[in-house]
Each structure stands twice: as structure tokens, then as C-alpha cells.
Design a protein around this ligand. Structure first.
Ligand code: ZN
Length: 835
């Protein structure tokens, strides 16, 4: 593949993601072994963190195969343990966590256009959201480009319903693709860019998990399974394969997958699904993985095997003459796949053997189109091998900067620097390519076939150092980066990005109007260029009113100005899109710039559509003052404040009989009983508060390992029952229930427009003191009545609900607000209704 730039398989255990690789002598040797192995493996699963990093590291570092992980999704639907980003922004973080994992274990990363829309119970439900043809096409595309000899599925394609539907679907599509990739009539348009391919073997990487436990697996007949010991030790790294695997796995920090490494033998079991059974655990058996595999490769193999044999750990540069000879031969290979792949690998090895350091650094992290910026180029040769620098070519302009004759020779350890002012021209934005166009719930929209599957947008600005080592001309390309010195962290590298002239946004993604009163809305304009002048306006839906557009002028790049607008909602319930807009001379911007900055991944700079949701609720409420005890973290308090409640966030230690008295209702945040140990001491106080007339609302807790004795005033047993279809029909069990009538009349309409799911971990068994209010179910399942239970206890009310209010309220779902308000208002008939 010409445009899928092959990353060199090698382990560099640098945590600072953006820093250039500087391999040691023994790491270079490992890379040479990889250069001499012509075999490829692809691991397939659904999400970031599904992959078996021990297997990937074993393939990349023990076998030295080119190893890829195809994750069908970017993991947008997961939780985020390290920050506020969810959905697509979490997908961006998890994409980078996968890349960090691959930098650690030596693999490469690929994706499809499938969006991780949330949990689904089986492949049928998954494929109701994923466009089967598109995802299958992307799996075929990945295989045709990556050309694996061996494919390994993480999941079993034959057991739908036993795990996440995405998991089983990933295996099903992989099995299908295996038989389709070599057929010219399958997705023929792909063949304008790549070729057909036939992998030799397909495996399923089984484990105790698929047998229901370690004991069952220990006792199972494993005679048909291929056994691979992935417990190798690498003196070059001072690490066991399983330790590298743990370091790789620990990159999934947003998922809390920190992992302690182990040492010693570790057997992985592979069930052969297609192809011939391999002997002695050799997954590549019968496949020529030497240079003889490729036409014209025999001579190259002879040279490079000698390089491997005679490698001098004290002086890697001694290998340069043979490496350069091989380079020239590889350059002339007819097989473009192996040629491009191996040229990338050997170029990297040559660079490392010569101790060459090449850098193109911008003095700023972002630039706009047609901006003049300063670049600093550095080149140094830290070997005694003759190296010349003839010119530096800047991409994408192709502009060539000649190096003056007397400076061309890169003498041992003498640094060469060149400064240039360059114009960025009409450069494209560098933001995440899969977020540029709006997709569907289950699919990203990417129209450029060449981008599909790439982990990130290829960098626009690159410098090509035109070098001559001895008599051999070698161009070496490096991305233009931004670097600076940080007083704490020292040298920091960040990606250099092209952005629009400004970011314009309203902070709250959803703005709720609980009545007809106007609200003042602040719009932020941040300049990404100096002397920004424009007109800011807000576009509102029909029936809404907004104050007039206002001029904005910002002199300095990086400065933000806040501009206030008044928005008046219509008299009746209504919702629509708010779009902030900045009019500049000759262009209109309606995008915002979002940065994601965590230590384990490179700084992410995203240009995203700037839109907000406006909701005018038709809502009445009783009660004012709500106590909130946060669990695992959710945005419910903010949502309740938006509709006029006062919310006090209670620290668990501040829960006393006295402090509870002041509240009209107390709400437990999601998973509070899973994460707050102290609740076992406070629960009696909370239940007393209910008994004395209070209202307590408990949101979902996960059922696994749940053993809290008195979750409610009467016996109540959680289960893992959930309704994942957000469109599932809702049946009203008791139309007269106070919860469904006061102060808001709840009807089927209030269950329209829900997002991602109805709810999760519904109780299964409960004391008859609890009254179920509604019923719902996923396709082909029995009605579930446990999503909303209410019990009278003493003078008060206790409500347990697994409904996903934590998703619905922040998403501005009207019906969810109306129902939640009824929960807060229960038992307050005597109070005045507030509008
Ligand atoms: Zn998964």
C-alpha cells in the first residue's frame, strides 16, 4: 500500500507519545530481525481494549511479524475514568490510547467506520445500527491492504448473545471477509487502490472466558487447539513479553485498565477456523517468511542475513555499507507492497545505525491557512560514515531548500541547522478525518476511500531530508512538529496543526428553558490568528428569538472574548439547534476548536461543528432544594440546575440526620453503592430521612458482586437486566400512579427521543411494597417491570430507577426531564406548583 505508511515494528518504551524514536543499539538489532521476517498477522476485535496485547507483542517481538490490530470501533460508547470527554471525543482519546499501546507492543493500528454506539445484546441489534455492507467492506479493505498471512479473532463468531453484540459481529465479519478478500467481484471499487489477497489461516483466540471460568477451561479438551507460549523474555528490552503486554494494556487509561505485568510461561490457545492446522505452534508454518518470498528478494536476504549475523552492538554504523546495498535492491523490487513496507523499515534502521537525528520543528503549535511561520530544521550525523545533506523538501508545497555546498557534508557529531519562513498556503485542516462530516448513530461518514481505516489524519506538513549516505541517495521524511521546553517536563513535542482562524462556541451543549423567561447566553470567540475582526451571531430555530449580531475584534492570537446574547424561548414546548457563527471577511465559521490534553497521548486539536441543543420544556415542578450524593460521576446536578432546582452536592461524610432534613429530595448519583463504601454507615440515616417524609431517588448500580444489604427500605434485588434499545416501547402499568400524573402528565410521547438506551441493571425481584410503574423490553424478550419502582416508607417515598437519566438529561430529552421532575415532586401535593 502506497499511502498507508508502514510504521516500523519496534518496541520503544517511551511514555511521552510524541517524542521521536531514538532506538538503542540492541533495539536496532531487533528491528533488523523484523526486516528479515516477511510475514504478517492481523488481530481482529471490536473495541479499544479488546485486544490481547500479549499475543500482539508476541507476534511483533518474538516472531518479528508485522502485526496489526483491527478494532472495528474507536470505543466511543465507553466510560471515561480520566476526564469529562464522552462519545466521539472519548473515541479520539481511545484511538490515541490504542496508538500508545501499539507503540509499546510493536503493533500497528487500524479501524473501520463503525461507531461504538453503546451496548448491544447480540449481532442482530448491532447490525441494526452498523451498515453491514460498509463495515464488511472496511474489514475486507483492511485485509487487502495489510495482507496478513494469519488472522486471529478475539471473539467467537458462533456464540451470539453471550457477549456484547459488537464482539460477536467483529468475529462474524472477519470469518466472512476471509472468504471474500480474494474475490475480484467483492467490493471491486477497492481494487482501484489495492489488490485482492488470500490469508492462509484464521484462528479464534479462545480462553477460559469462553468456557465460563478457569476451572471449566482447565478441564476442557484442548487437543485441537494450537498452543503458543507467549512468555518470551527479551534481553534487548530487559522485559518479558507479558511485561510489555501489561505496559501496553495500561495505556487504556480512560478505561482504568492499568495492568501489573507477570513473568514466565503463558500459554495462549488458538482454535483453527480456516486453513491448514499448523504443527508445533508455528502459526506461519508453510509460509515462506524469508526474503525468498518476494521476487528478487534472494540477494537482499543474503545481504541482510549477514547484517543480522555480523551486527556489531558496539558500532551499529559498521552495518551501513551492507544496509545501503540492500536498500538499493529493495528500491527496485517489483512487488510494491513489500517494497514500500521494507523501504520504510530499512530507512529507519539506516537512520538509527548512523545515529542520524532529523527534525523539522515549528515555533507554534497551530497555524491557519496562508500564514507565514518559522520552521527550524536540524540534521546531525553521529557516526563516522559519510553523510551529505543536499536539500530539504517541504510537503505539501514541494518547495525545495537547497543546502549550500560547503555545508552539505554532515561531519561526525556536527549539528546542521536551517531556519526558514514558510507560508502554509491553502493547507487542509488537520482535525480527525472521521469527525469532519456528520455520520449516523452507528457509522462514521468517510467518503475518501484512502482514509478509511487509518488511525488518524495523515499529517499535512512534512519535511523530506534529501540525504546521501556514501553514494546512495536516501530521502528521509519526518512530520513537522511543535516543540517547546516545559519547566517541569523538559522537552515537550506536540503535533503541529492547521486550524481555522477562530473558534466560536457556546459552552453548554444543551440549554434548557423550564419556562418562557429569556436567558443570557455567553458565546466565546477565541482567535487562532492575530487581528481577528468579525461579526458574531447566534442562529436559533423557528419560533425562538435572539438579540442582534455583534462585532468582535481580537488583536492577539490565543485571546478569548465573551459575547452575551439574550435568547427568548417560545411559549410552548419546543426544541431545535442553536448555531453560533462568526462572519469574517470572505468566510463564515461555525466550528469550535477542542483540545484534549493527557500525558499518555499526544495533544489532540479537533475542529468540530459548533452546535448546541435548545429545549423549551413544558414542565411543572414541586420542591426546590435537592441533595445530591455523587457516585461514579454524572451530570445530573447541572441538568437539574438548568430547570431551576437548587442542588447541593453532598459529601458522604456530611450526611447527617440534621443535614438531610433541609432537602425536598435526596438523589443518589449513578453507581453510588458500588463506589462509596461509607454508604453502609449512612444508609440508615437516609432511610430514616425517607421514613420522616423525605424523598430518596436511587439511580442504577451495577449488579456484579453487589452485596449491599439494605439498598432500599424493603428487600430489593438487582440484576443485569437492561433495555438497550432506546426506541423500545414503554407500557404504562398504572395510569393513575402519582409518578405519571403529578405535576406532569406522562404519556408515550415522553419516551420519544431517548438516546443510547432505556436503562440498565434493573432490579429483578422486589418486595411487594414496591410498585412498578412502567414496563419495557428489548426485541424477543419478556416485558421487564423493574426500571422504575416506587415504595411508600413511613411518611416518605423511596424510588429505585435504572432508567438512564444520566444520559437523557444531559442530552436534553424533554420526557426524561418531566419524569425526573415528577420523581422529585412526589408526595408534595400540598405544595404550590412552580412553573
Ligand atoms: Zn469490547
Amino acid at each position: 500500500m502506497r499511502f498507508l505508511i508502514a510504521l516500523l515494528c519496534c518496541v520503544t518504551l517511551q511514555m511521552q507519545a510524541q517524542k521521536p524514536k531514538k532506538p538503542s543499539s540492541s533495539e536496532i538489532f531487533e528491528q533488523i530481525k523484523g526486516l528479515n521476517f516477511l510475514g504478517t498477522a492481523l488481530y481482529v476485535a471490536a473495541h479499544p481494549d479488546d485486544e490481547n496485547t500479549a499475543m500482539i507483542s508476541y507476534l511483533a517481538n518474538t516472531i518479528h511479524a508485522r502485526t496489526g490490530y483491527l478494532a472495528l470501533t474507536r470505543g466511543d460508547g465507553g466510560q471515561n475514568l480520566i476526564g469529562p470527554e464522552i462519545r466521539e471525543l472519548l473515541g479520539v482519546i481511545r484511538t490515541q490510547e490504542l496508538l500508545a499501546a501499539r507503540r509499546t507492543d510493536g503493533g500497528e493500528q487500524r479501524f473501520t467506520r463503525a461507531n461504538d454506539f453503546g451496548y448491544s445484546k447480540n449481532p442482530e441489534e448491532t447490525l441494526a445500527f452498523w451498515e453491514r455492507d460498509q463495515v464488511l467492506s472496511d474489514v475486507v479493505w483492511a485485509i487487502r491492504n495489510f495482507k496478513p498471512d494469519v488472522i486471529i479473532n478475539r471473539f467467537d463468531h458462533r456464540s451470539p448473545g453471550t457477549t456484547h453484540g459488537h464482539h460477536t459481529t467483529s468475529a462474524m465479519l472477519s470469518v466472512q471477509a476471509f472468504d471474500l478478500v480474494n474475490d475480484v467481484n467483492t467490493f471491486p471499487k477497492q481494487l482501484e487502490h489495492t489488490e485482492t489477497w488470500q490469508p492462509k489461516r484464521l484462528f479464534f483466540n479462545t480462553s477460559y472466558w469462553f468456557y465460563g471460568g478457569q476451572e471449566a477451561f482447565d478441564n476442557a479438551d484442548k487437543s485441537n487447539l494450537v498452543k503458543v507460549d507467549v512468555g518470551s523474555y527479551y534481553p534487548a528490552y530487559g522485559l518479558s513479553n507479558t511485561e510489555i503486554s501489561a505496559l501496553s494494556r495500561s495505556q487504556h487509561k480512560s478505561q482504568g485498565f492499568g495492568n501489573t505485568g507477570s513473568r514466565g510461561n503463558q500459554i495462549e490457545y488458538l482454535e483453527l477456523l480456516k486453513g491448514e492446522y499448523p504443527q508445533n505452534g508455528n502459526l506461519f508454518e508453510g509460509i515462506d517468511t524469508s526474503w525468498n518470498r518476494v521476487d528478487g528478494g534472494a540477494d537482499i536476504g543474503e545481504i541482510l542475513e549477514a547484517v543480522e549475523k555480523n551486527y556489531d552492538f558496539k558500532n551499529p554504523a559498521a552495518s551501513l555499507p551492507q544496509l545501503l546495498e540492500a536498500y538499493e535492491l529493495i528500491k527496485n523490487l517489483k512487488n510494491a507492497h513489500w517494497r514500500d513496507l521494507k523501504i520504510t523499515q530499512i530507512t529507519s534502521i539506516i537512520k538509527a545505525c548512523a545515529g542520524l537525528y532529523l527534525e523539522a520543528a515549528s515555533s507554534q503549535q497551530t497555524a491557519v491557512a496562508n500564514e507565514t511561520i518559522a520552521l527550524n530544521f536540524e540534521a546531525i550525523n553521529r557516526s563516522d560514515f559519510p553523510v551529505n545533506i543536499e536539500s530539504i523538501v517541504l510537503e505539501p508545497s514541494g518547495k525545495k531548500y537547497e543546502v549550500a555546498e560547503p555545508l552539505r557534508s554532515l561531519n561526525f557529531n556536527k549539528r546542521y541547522n536551517m531556519q526558514q519562513k514558510i507560508n502554509t498556503g491553502s493547507a487542509n485542516l488537520t482535525t480527525a478525518y472521521w469527525l469532519k462530516e456528520e455520520g449516523s448513530v452507528g457509522m462514521y461518514k468517510v467518503t475518501d476511500q484512502k482514509l478509511i481505516g487509518l488511525p488518524e489524519t495523515p499529517k499535512t506538513f512534512k519535511a523530506v531530508f534529501q540525504l546521501k549516505l556514501g553514494d546512495v541517495k536516501i530521502p528521509i521524511t519526518t512530520n513537522v512538529i511543535y516543540k517547546y521546553n516545559d519547566r517541569v517536563n523538559g522537552e515537550v513535542y506536540e503535533p503541529f496543526e492547521i486550524v481555522p482562524e477562530a473558534s466560536v462556541l457556546v459552552k453548554d451543549p444543551v440549554i434548557i428553558f423550564a419556562n418562557a423567561e429569556p436567558k443570557i447566553i455567553t458565546t466565546e470567540v477565541t482567535a487562532y490568528t492575530s487581528n481577528l475582526k468579525g461579526i458574531v451571531s447566534l442562529n436559533v430555530p423557528y419560533g425562538w428569538k435572539v438579540s442582534a449580531p455583534q462585532p468582535v475584534e481580537i488583536l492577539q492570537k490565543g485571546e478569548t472574548k465573551n459575547i452575551a446574547f439574550t435568547i427568548t424561548p417560545p411559549k410552548n414546548a419546543s426544541e431545535g439547534i442553536l448555531q453560533p457563527q462568526l462572519e469574517l471577511i470572505g468566510k463564515t465559521l461555525n466550528t469550535k476548536i477542542t483540545k484534549i490534553d493527557y500525558e499518555h497521548i499526544p495533544l489532540q486539536t479537533l475542529v468540530l461543528p459548533s452546535t448546541n441543543k435548545l429545549v423549551r420544556l413544558d414542565i411543572a415542578k414541586r420542591g426546590d432544594y435537592i441533595g445530591y450524593i455523587a457516585g461514579a460521576g454524572d451530570a445530573i446536578p447541572k441538568s437539574l440546575e438548568q430547570i431551576g432546582y437548587q442542588v447541593a452536592q453532598l459529601n458522604i461524610n456530611d450526611v447527617t440526620a440534621e443535614s438531610l432534613k433541609q432537602f425536598d429530595a435526596v438523589v443518589m448519583g449513578i453507581r453510588a453503592y458500588n463506589v462509596l463504601d461509607e454508604l453502609k454507615f449512612k444508609q440508615p440515616l437516609l432511610l430514616d430521612y425517607v421514613h420522616n417524609g423525605g424523598t430518596m431517588i436511587v439511580q442504577y448500580n451495577t449488579a456484579r458482586g453487589f452485596s449491599f444489604p439494605n439498598l432500599g427500605p424493603y428487600p430489593l434485588e438487582l440484576s443485569s437486566d437492561r433495555v438497550t434499545d432506546e426506541f423500545a416501547e414503554v407500557t404504562i402499568l398504572d395510569p393513575t400512579a402519582e409518578l405519571l400524573n403529578v405535576p406532569n402528565k406522562i404519556t408515550a410521547k415522553d419516551f420519544e427521543g431517548w438516546v443510547q438506551e432505556r436503562g440498565l441493571y434493573f432490579p429483578k425481584n422486589w418486595d411487594e411494597a414496591y410498585k412498578p410503574i412502567i414496563a419495557m423490553h428489548d426485541k424477543d424478550e419478556d416485558p421487564n417491570e423493574g426500571s422504575l419502582l416506587v415504595a411508600k416508607y413511613g411518611k416518605g417515598h423511596y424510588i429505585y430507577t435504572g432508567l438512564s437519566f444520566f444520559r437523557e438529561l444531559p442530552a436534553g430529552v424533554s420526557g426524561a426531564y418531566r419524569l425526573f421532575t415528577n420523581m422529585l415532586s412526589i408526595g408534595k401535593n400540598d405544595q404550590k406548583i412552580k412553573q
